[in-house]
Design a protein around this ligand. Structure first.
Ligand SMILES: [Zn+2]
Length: 70
């Protein structure tokens, strides 16, 4: 019996990998989940947006909020 390497690839439904992208003179945060932050003039601001989004996203998946304010 050949040793079959079992692939333990855990792919979550929604991954959050925020990055910052430059758009012209502005910089904005973007995430693999489709989220986009507002355009900022400073990259540090866009990074802060990304960090905030990540915090929210992770906190939400843990806390499971049913009622979402629209
Ligand atoms: Zn995200």
């Amino acid at each position: 019996m050949p040793a079959v390497a079992q692939q333990d690839e855990i792919t979550p439904f929604q991954e959050h990998h925020p990055t910052t992208v430059e758009q012209g003179r502005f910089c904005l945060a973007r995430c693999t989940c489709g989220w986009r932050g507002p355009a900022r003039r400073a990259r540090s601001r866009a990074r802060a947006d990304a960090a905030e989004h990540l915090e929210h996203a992770e906190g939400r998946s843990e806390g499971r909020v049913d009622a979402e304010p629209s």
